[in-house]
Design a protein around this ligand. Sequence first.
Ligand code: NOJ
Length: 448
Amino acid sequence: MSFRKDFVWGAATASYQIEGAYNEDGKGSSIWDEFTHIDGKILDKSTGDVACDHYHRYKEDVRLMHELGLKAYRFSIAWPRIFPDGIGSVNQKGIDFYNNLIDELLSYGIEPYITLYHWDLPYALYLKGGWLNDDIADYFERYTTVVAENFGDRVKNFITFNEPQVFIGCGCLEGSHAPGFQYGDKDLLRMCHNVLRAHGRAVRVLRQTVPDVKIGFTSAASPLVPLTENDVEAARGGFFSCGRGNFVFSQSFWHDPIAFGKYPEAILSTYGEDFPAVDEEDMKLISAPIDFIGLNIYTGAFVKADENGYAQRIPCYRGHPRTAIGWDVVPQSLYWGTKFFYDRYKLTIFITENGMSAHDCISLDGKVHDPNRIDYLNRYLLELKKSAEDGADIGGYFQWSLMDNFEWAKGYSERFGVIYVDYETQNRIIKDSGYWFKGIIEQNGENL
Ligand code: NOJ
């Protein structure tokens, strides 16, 4: 056995990172539109105003996906393209854009995977309190209804949220991402709970509206990797720990309510009265069955058990391989992350993102040679394959990213794509890694 026969091979992107056309055809402003226009927020002073101009070039981009042999494409919908004010009237041109994109994908036999929320909250809703406003679950339900009614005849795979750890953690705890503020724990708990309430509503709508729908929820995970067999339980315990100071970035805080219908005991007892009142009806919706867990894994941390059995981090040695953005290359994170998740939640796992940033450039021969990315993908995929062989149910793998794009607070300074984008000309060039990935897809990973 290796990867299952129907293994889904794809690549992923997100609306704000590639679309551009930030104020065209009736689109409303998002928190990222506002944030990037504030001086000093983005490393290279760039914005997503134009990005990869995918809004106008989606046909070329889908053709490139076909050239790469992709079986699936994960993209997100810009909520303010559908609802310029977050609620209220629907923008038909926004619907048209995604309809065209979906039809184009299907004409090449590429299966669409839609992420409903990949961070571009309508600015109008931020002004109403954003995730702090309890009504946001209603707004998200309405938005999901329109998405499901318009695209659900052709799209069967939906991810409600992408990396709540990061959009709450970096956006509202650290303040390095939009909207760029630092809230205290009590407010953060309320926001997180509202994200889960919105997730529950979306699941209900999708089940009611889309026949044969498959629903997932995607987490940002940096798995703890045990140094030896004796460190496995310490790594597992540390990976799922959740308490004061780390709940936003933890795994169990988000996934336990969905899978088990309750927050981890430790977090409830730690915060007591400060924890938002949890309505039973909400919890029922939050814990309605989903079909898969999405994991975005790029790196991990090595640990060993200390004398009390707790995970103790072992820093990587000096000179350990790192990607351009500075993340340690830890391929085993894909093995342990998927194994730990599958053991705990017993749900199909999709790697919804994995990849690396590198200082890619066009060589004299006009091509983009990125042997380091090939090596990275190769090592990580081998670990994923091993995890599947050891019994974790792995449904698919989406490489991040289809093309170089706007890397949030880092702007265009990091390139994650298997397609190179020249931002001056908007020319695209498939990198060597793209052709390599195509070969892996063709053989369903047998040639790894
Ligand atoms: C996670 C995010 O979902 C994506 O938007 C981002 O570009 C990649 N990781 C790389 O940081």
